[in-house]
Each structure stands twice: as structure tokens, then as C-alpha cells.
Ligand binder design. Structure first.
Ligand code: URA
Length: 234
């Protein structure tokens, strides 16, 4: 394996090609432990935990595991068409590092969105086989009746799907309803409530398996998942 030089390190965490990374160093924009580093070919025996680029301290971890509190009116796509893209909410360098969303939330849904550049992690968390329940808090246009609840728990057939989908759990939370499902079909929660004669007005994802939305992020905020959260999901 080639030696880990400063320019390689910077390039591996999204600061452009090695040539572009070299230019950043030559411009005096890169610091390590508070000292400007001038040599782009400086070698590291192991990755330093963090490095400062253009005044911002960044971790040097190549694997990205991120939690984002998705706001309304943003699309989970790199090529958003009708709204802004959620990728605008995280540093640009994450896109260069191959970040993707883990599943999607509709533009008019809010809440917990995971992002990563690790294909096996994305696959595991998305896979219905792995069995992570996703929990959504919804508000409804009409009163939620005991019959509707029973139908959702028994299973409903959605147009265009081959199998019935069931609500794995339903709880009441004041005026809201909290529903847990195992799959991630297109518009699934909205279609499930429509199938029993109701209508979802607001939809917020509050957890995926053991990982809960960190409300302290505020809408549009993000943070790295903790090591514990990553290992709980893998
Ligand atoms: N179900 C929906 O209908 N929309 C979402 O964004 C997520 C689950």
C-alpha cells in the first residue's frame, strides 16, 4: 500500500484530487495540531484523528455514518428536481466521499435520515430481512378509529404491491399516532393510512431500529453517529 501522505489523506476525505489537495497545502490552508503544514508529501504512520482545513477542524475518518434531521421540502436525491437536496445540509466533501441516503423520506416528511458511504451498511439497514422497525409519528386529517387501527395491525393491501403490509405496532401520542413498520415501500405510511380511509397530514420518522432521532439537532442539523449507534445497526 502506498504511504499515507498528506495529499492522499486530504483527497481520501473529500478535498478533491491529490493535485487539488496539494494546492490547499501549498496555499498554507492546512494545519495539524495548530501548526500550518507546508509539505503535501508529509507521511503519516497512522491517520491523525483530525486535521484543520481552511480554519475548520475535520475528522479524517473515511467511513461516513451520519444522522440528519430532515426538514420539510427537501428531496433525498443528489439530483433533486422539485426541491432542494438534503445533501446541501452536509459538507460538500461528503458528496466527493460517496455519501448516500439510507432509504428515503418524502419531500413532505421530516425526521431521522441516515446517510453513509458504506454500501454494506446501507444495504443492511435498508434490508427488510434485517428486520429494523422504522417508527413514524403521524398526524391525521380525521379521527383515528379503533377499526382503522385493527385493520392496519391485521394488514392492508396497497395498490401495485404483491403482499399485504402490516403495522407492527401502533401507539397513541396525544393527537398523534406512532406507527412501526418493517418495510420501506414508496409512500408506505401515507398509503397505509389512506387504505383504511384516513389521510396523513404530517409525518416524522422518529427511529430506525435502536437509533432514535436526536431532536437536539434541530431541523436541518446533522451529526456523526456514535460508534455505539453504528455497532447497534450492524
Ligand atoms: N412513509 C411515507 O409515506 N413517507 C415517508 O417519507 C416515509 C414512510
Amino acid at each position: 500500500m502506498p504511504a499515507l501522505t498528506l495529499e492522499r489523506l486530504l483527497s481520501s476525505i473529500g478535498f478533491g484530487s491529490r493535485k487539488e489537495a496539494r494546492a490547499l497545502v501549498r496555499m498554507g490552508l492546512v494545519e495539524l495540531n495548530g501548526q500550518v503544514v507546508e509539505d503535501p508529501f508529509m507521511e503519516f504512520a497512522k491517520r491523525p484523528e483530525s486535521i484543520t482545513v481552511n480554519g475548520e477542524e475535520v475528522t479524517t475518518e473515511e467511513k461516513l455514518y451520519v444522522m440528519l434531521y430532515k426538514p420539510l421540502d427537501m428531496e433525498c436525491s443528489h439530483n433533486a428536481r422539485d426541491h432542494r437536496s438534503v445533501f446541501e445540509l452536509v459538507p460538500d466533501r461528503f458528496t466527493a466521499m460517496g455519501i448516500q441516503t439510507v432509504g428515503r423520506l418524502d419531500a413532505d416528511s421530516t425526521g431521522l435520515l441516515l446517510l453513509s458511504n458504506q454500501g454494506d451498511f446501507i444495504h443492511k439497514v435498508e434490508s427488510p430481512k434485517k428486520g429494523y422497525l422504522k417508527k413514524y409519528r403521524v398526524t391525521l386529517a380525521r379521527p383515528f378509529t379503533a377499526e382503522q387501527e385493527a385493520e392496519l395491525l391485521k394488514g392492508v393491501m396497497l395498490k401495485g404491491e404483491r403482499r399485504e403490509v402490516v403495522a407492527r405496532e401502533i401507539e397513541r401520542d396525544g393527537d398523534a399516532v406512532v406507527i412501526s413498520i418493517g418495510e420501506g415501500l414508496y409512500h408506505q405510511v401515507r398509503r397505509m393510512f389512506a387504505a383504511v380511509g384516513n389521510h396523513v397530514e404530517t409525518l416524522q420518522r422518529i427511529s430506525i431500529g435502536p437509533v432514535c432521532l436526536d431532536e437536539s439537532l434541530g431541523m436541518g442539523g446533522w451529526r456523526f453517529l456514535t460508534g455505539e449507534e453504528v455497532s447497534q445497526l450492524t
